[in-house]
Design a protein around this ligand. Structure first.
Ligand SMILES: [Zn+2]
Length: 405
């Protein structure tokens, strides 16, 4: 399965793709610290007496390192009193500080792993510029939702942020290329994996901040061909995400009408929900709204599709309109406890909805895309021809394919 040609990975969060071992190494190199009570990696100064030692001082202590790896991933999560859902989402704030300044190294890790597995394209989600976009909204009343979207698209602070984010991306790619000695005789295999990006909007913040992030995302797609689409991320069951879901779909749809090139690059995490995780009233309509209101061309996860009151019609429409579902089997098992015949994969398959396998967060989940293909074959008894079709989908439904430039 390792060598089977896998097309692309279209649902891959760059920070969640990094294995904890690299975060620990980068933190040690940079003089960062580890809080041994919460297992958050922290910026210096460190203080061993307050249980905040420098990572470089503990990186050869196997006991401590093992505990850190467990805390920064879902490794051994079954043995802990915390749910897979909570453990999964809690890892991101623990490792986030370790990645600062190493974004190009992250690309090196992920492209190297992809090349080894015969993955020929990556569409990586990242939030570069999004913290700054939220700051813009906090400091400028124009982002309150009464302002017209046309005015906001012409906002000079947004334009400046777009320029700064693009030049930051240049630097990140330069770090990646240098790390892998690209453009030299010693170029490593990761140099040859084409990478494009999806701007990820973090959807659990106040509306003006989500709007500012979305404006940045759309303008990045418009101005830089490396950024081919956007996604909305963070737990869909978060109270703000649930409260604002309908508004967020409307906002995306209205902005997309103003920026036609970006309209082709909308993929949304939708329906990553199950009975019990949220009230029944929140089940069975997010996928439909993502497609019909926001104009999503792809759906991430799509787990609650069978709760839609017209689920058969919805799946037939997805098949007809070629709306693809990004299938993340391990992530769905860990976060939602949904697997095997309880997963909607067999239903989507039955009604001919296009699908492709993806990793979601291969570092946090301690997997890779080969593992996901293997899991799919074993769980759903897929034949070679069908597997090839999913692999092809992961290229033909990429947003690179949809662009003219
Ligand atoms: Zn995801």
């Amino acid at each position: 399965m390792f060598k089977f040609p896998k097309g692309g990975d279209l649902h891959n969060h760059l920070d969640g793709a990094i294995y904890a071992e690299n975060f620990i190494a980068w933190g040690a190199m940079d003089g960062k610290c580890i809080d041994l009570q919460t297992y958050h990696i922290l910026m210096p100064p460190c203080d061993a007496e307050l249980a905040r030692p420098a990572l470089k001082d503990i990186q050869n202590n196997a006991d401590i390192v093992n505990r850190i790896i467990d805390a920064l991933s879902v490794r051994n999560y079954e043995r802990r009193p915390v749910s897979g859902h909570n453990q999964f989402f809690s890892t991101f704030r623990r490792f986030f500080p370790a990645g600062i300044g190493h974004e190009g190294h992250m690309l090196a890790e992920v492209t190297t792993r992809a090349a080894k597995q015969n993955i020929v394209y990556l569409e990586l989600m990242q939030s570069w510029g999004m913290t700054e976009a939220r700051e813009l909204a906090k400091n400028d009343k124009a982002f309150e939702i009464e302002t017209s979207f046309d005015d906001l698209l012409a906002n000079s602070a947004v334009k400046q942020l777009v320029t700064a984010t693009i030049s930051n991306l240049d630097k990140i790619e330069q770090q990646w290329r240098e790390k892998l000695s690209c453009e030299t005789a010693q170029a490593k295999s990761g140099c040859d994996v084409p990478v494009r990006y999806l701007a990820q909007v973090i959807r659990v913040f106040p509306r003006d901040q989500v709007l500012a992030q979305t404006l940045l995302a759309f303008k990045l797609i418009e101005q830089d061909p490396r950024i081919v689409g956007l996604n909305f991320v963070a737990p869909e069951d978060n109270p703000v995400a649930l409260r604002d879901y309908h508004w967020q779909m409307q906002m995306i749809g209205e902005l997309a009408d103003l920026i036609p090139v970006a309209k082709k690059g909308i993929t949304l995490h939708a329906g990553e929900l199950t009975m019990g995780l949220v009230p029944p009233e929140d089940l069975g309509w997010h996928i439909r709204e993502a497609i019909e209101i926001a104009g999503a061309r792809r759906i991430g996860h799509g787990i609650d599709v069978t709760y839609d009151s017209e689920s058969l019609q919805l799946m037939q429409a997805m098949a007809k309109e070629k709306v693809m579902v990004e299938i993340n089997l391990t992530s769905n098992d860990v976060i939602l406890g949904v697997k095997n015949q309880n997963h909607p994969f067999p239903a989507y398959r039955k009604y001919g909805v296009p699908m492709a396998f993806s990793t979601d967060d291969e570092g946090v989940s301690r997997i890779d895309l080969s593992h996901e293909y293997q899991r799919a074959v074993e769980t759903y008894d897929l034949g070679y021809e069908e597997l090839k079709m999913y692999s092809r989908n992961a290229l033909s439904y990429s947003f690179l394919a949809g662009r003219d430039d």
